[in-house]
Design a protein around this ligand. Structure first.
Ligand SMILES: [Fe+2]
Length: 374
């Protein structure tokens, strides 16, 4: 038993190291890497928590994860190797693992939750009072997030009767061939004013070819904002400029692009409110440069797994748990809302972190002079 478990642990870690070889085809790399993550999950979770998510994906990270996983597996193996009722224990442990895995893959992963907030913004034009903005991120269309599993999210989003829809990035996962599926899903969005769909890029869009992304997603009725801005006018329509309205500013991705918050806000009238789309919420920690009423982000997926008393063991952020999900105040003094996203990344599970559709109802705030989310 012990020998077999250790063979699988180290075998998968070595496969993941092999995946670093550039000669291997993409699907093989993906299988190697996912096998390492799944089999060495205790080590991956611990290293992810202590050293950072990206470091786990290095060769020392894979081997370290296998080593730490051995420490976790050892007591379990000893317990399983006790002669009395061995088969019953194997059955119990295997059954529990199978049930939890099945639930996190097949049930919670697609159990979409709508979270609604009233957003009070200073200087909001009266015409935008009560307008509904839907935020969704991280579709990750790909081998796991198929159109059939994303279809309920589309239906729910349209039932929220949005006047404006915001999608800050990560439309595909693993291959540019999924940009078409993603565009088809996006074309099914039905804001009250056709074309009121604002998108910006995430790291996976860059990784799979931003020109291919632009070609496919450019066909969607809406606007891709990459270091660009548009004004939501009091009548709900979008314009390049105007005397009154809510500015929608789209930043490029932090890991693979060059986001410039100060640049996108430059020259905007101080009395006009601004809402910033930014895939990676770490930008809020690192950039400032003018009035921001709200930044909306995704990227972290809420960690996908959240354990009681521990939180999310893996968060792809330089700032640990701070931007894992929800409402955060950055050092720049402006609020950030991080949605848990719709899809999953390489690890196809969600546990304690349901996929999310966020709804903001816009209101004027004349009392505090600050954006307030309730
Ligand atoms: Fe993502």
């Amino acid at each position: 038993m012990r020998r077999r478990v250790y063979l699988v642990l180290w075998g998968s870690a070595l496969l993941a190291c092999l995946a670093k070889l550039p000669i291997l085809p993409g699907p093989v790399k993906l299988i190697f890497w996912v096998s390492c993550i799944l089999v060495n999950s205790p080590g991956v979770l611990l290293i992810g928590q202590l050293v950072g998510y990206l470091w786990v994906r290095t060769i020392p990270g894979y081997l370290g994860a296998a080593l730490i996983s051995m420490l976790f597996w050892e007591p379990l193996i000893r317990w399983l190797e006790r002669p009395i009722s061995r088969s019953r224990r194997v059955f119990l442990v295997g059954g529990a693992g199978f049930a939890l895995g099945g639930y996190s893959m097949a049930v919670e992963r697609v159990n979409y939750q709508i979270r609604s907030f009233k957003l009070y913004i200073p200087d909001l034009p009266k015409g935008l009072e009560g307008r509904r903005v839907v935020l969704m991120a991280d579709l990750h269309c790909g081998p796991v997030n198929r159109p059939s599993s994303l279809a309920p999210a589309l239906k729910l989003a349209n039932e929220c009767r949005p006047d404006l829809i915001l999608l800050p990035g990560d439309f595909v996962h693993y291959s540019s061939s999924y940009f078409g599926e993603s565009a088809e899903w996006l074309s099914g969005l039905r804001p009250s004013i056709p074309g009121n769909v604002i998108m910006s890029w995430g790291n996976h869009d860059h990784w799979n070819g931003i020109e291919k992304a632009r070609a496919a997603i450019g066909s969607v009725p809406g606007h891709i904002l990459c270091q660009q801005r548009l004004l939501l006018q009091p009548d709900g329509s979008l314009s390049d400029e105007g005397p009154d309205g809510l500015w929608l500013c789209g930043l490029d991705d932090l890991w693979e692009g060059q986001p410039d918050l100060a640049g996108i806000l430059r020259d905007l009238p101080a009395r006009q409110p601004r809402l910033v789309l930014c895939h990676n919420p770490d930008v809020a920690e690192e950039q400032n440069g003018g009035r921001v009423d709200l930044m909306v982000s995704g990227h972290t997926h809420g960690g996908q797994v959240s354990l009681p008393g521990v939180g999310a063991p893996i968060v792809p952020s330089r700032y640990g748990q701070k931007y894992v999900c929800g409402w955060v105040m950055g050092p720049g003094g402006y609020p950030v809302y991080v949605t848990r996203g719709l899809g999953v990344g390489a690890v196809p599970i969600r546990l304690g972190v349901r996929p999310e559709i966020t709804v903001f109802e816009l209101h004027r705030n004349e009392k505090t002079g600050q954006t307030v989310l309730v």
